[in-house]
Design a binder for this molecule. Structure first.
Ligand code: SF4
Length: 117
């Protein structure tokens, strides 16, 4: 299974606050419904998403929502760097911390890139 496709599917699910219909995912990502279903099932088995049946215009489909993963370290990364507080043994003054400033700036840049702002 393509990691690029899996990431595209997961990113779409993550970006939707109220979940997204599985039938919308495969159309948006540009894959067929069977491949989308395999990716979604794999993500569900990894505990990243949940699926719930929903009826839309008489047709049953899944609403897919991101539920996160306690082992997902993405939220600790910005600009390819781990959050500076991890393993830091400096006397902590966050307002004066250059490492934190740089990390937050990288986080902001990542958000702009991710959301095409
Ligand atoms: S804010 Fe700066 S000084 Fe404080 S723990 Fe994080 S990296 Fe260390």
């Amino acid at each position: 299974m393509s990691i690029v496709l899996e990431k595209a599917v997961l990113d779409m699910i993550k970006s939707s606050k109220n979940g997204v219909l599985q039938s919308e995912i495969w159309k948006a990502v540009g894959i067929d419904s069977r491949k989308c279903s395999r990716i979604v099932v794999a993500l569900e088995k990894r505990g990243l998403i949940k699926r719930e049946w929903e009826k839309i215009k008489g047709t049953r489909t899944y609403r897919v929502s991101y539920i996160g993963n306690p082992l997902d370290y993405d939220s600790l990364m910005a600009g390819g760097r781990l959050a500076p507080c991890i393993g830091c043994n400096e006397e902590c003054k966050p307002i004066e911390c250059l490492s934190m400033d740089q990390w937050v700036l990288a986080l902001t840049e990542d958000e702009f890139r991710t959301n095409n702002l």
